[in-house]
Design a protein around this ligand. Structure first.
Ligand code: BT5
Length: 322
């Protein structure tokens, strides 16, 4: 039953815009025309839009906008990322579940994704609004052989992957604000949270949390002036599984590049999207605020800031005001 369903979906995706005749489908699947029709009815019930035209046959017009393993893996072109999926309707936080899975030995490229988070979080335990069915709330498990000090590089790597993804699906070039915000028109559309499981000299796992506002039309009052979504910026709605697939592909590509060639090529890509560099900024750290000119990032991904007296400060973690 589910094998036939898989085969049918594969036929449809391979056919793209061309129609498949009922006859052809039944031959390929090795079942009767009636059985084909029943399978198509099942797909429709699940939210697939299947067009039927007399004498031409069937074609798939729209897949359901559901973030489950079936949808995510249909046509996915990655080698490893996204092939081990924990899809959830509602969780407190995908980070929490991903941490647990990483502790239990989950393989690299494992993802946890949810339609809704009831306790989504940002850095320093701040709240990340994650309403149902509208955004992408996902955690990815990575296992690079690097010392913990290099982990901030991965935040920047992920930011590049998300920026490339947004650029590809919207045709708008987003801005990256060091270290972890992605902005459209000056408003935050993505947040990234990188957390570690590490020994003093070796990373065991990096849990990368990615929150992307996709189809929201509005935001709660407390963030309404700061936040935006792909839908608000473009006036379109987006098919979330397609965005996740694009993101996983970019992420895997950049990650392989990083493991082979180090941070430098990623740094160059990052700088092309960065808005903070060369500007007067205030970096609010846990030890207070530093005002100065952002000179750039170092080879390990820390921010280099020059204060008025000429002194150079290295900032590892902060909120940036421009
Ligand atoms: C972040 O923190 O930007 C990291 C957000 C990471 C979220 C993902 S979703 C999947 C995974 N599971 C989780 O539980 N988390 C990760 P930070 O830089 O600290 O920014 C947090 C601030 O962004 C909040 O204090 C709000 O001002 C604002 N904010 C909250 N929700 C937002 C949203 N949906 N869109 C834009 N801004 C938001």
């Amino acid at each position: 039953q589910s094998e036939t369903r898989k085969q049918l979906l594969k036929l449809f995706t391979e056919a793209g815009d061309t129609f498949l005749s009922g006859q052809k489908i039944s031959e390929q699947l090795g079942c009767s025309r009636t059985a084909v029709w029943k399978h198509i009815e099942d797909l429709r019930r699940e939210g697939f839009e299947v067009e039927a035209v007399r004498r031409l046959g069937y074609r798939l017009k729209q897949m359901p906008d559901k973030l489950n393993a079936n949808e995510l893996q249909l046509g996915l072109k990655t080698k490893r990322f996204g092939w081990n999926v924990y899809d959830q309707e509602s969780v407190p936080s995908t980070q929490q579940l991903a941490h647990q899975l990483a502790h239990e030995g989950a393989e690299e490229g494992t993802i946890v994704i949810a339609e809704e988070q009831t306790a989504g979080r940002g850095r320093l335990n701040r709240i990340w609004h994650s309403p149902k069915g509208t955004g992408i709330w996902m955690s990815v498990i990575l296992r690079p052989s690097i010392p913990p000090q290099q982990a901030p590089q991965l935040t920047l790597l992920v930011a590049v992957a998300v920026a490339q993804t947004i650029q590809e699906v919207t045709n708008i070039v987003p801005d990256i604000k060091w270290p972890n915000d992605i902005l459209l028109n000056g408003k935050k559309v993505v947040g990234i949270l990188t957390e570690l499981q590490a020994d003093p000299d070796q990373v065991q796992a990096v849990i990368v949390g990615i929150g992307i506002n996709v189809n929201q039309k509005q935001f709660p009052n407390d963030i309404a002036s700061l936040a935006t979504s792909l839908a608000i910026e473009t006036g379109r709605t987006f098919h979330r599984p397609k965005i996740v697939q694009t993101l996983l592909q970019k992420l895997e590509q950049l990650y392989e590049q990083y493991l082979q060639h180090g941070f430098l090529p990623i740094k160059l890509l990052w700088e092309a999207y960065a808005i903070t560099i060369g500007q007067q900024i205030v970096a609010r750290t846990l030890n207070g605020a530093v005002r100065g000119t952002a000179l750039g990032i170092t080879d390990s991904g820390t921010l280099k800031l020059q204060t008025e007296d000429g002194a150079i400060h290295y900032i590892y973690s902060a909120d940036i005001e421009i």
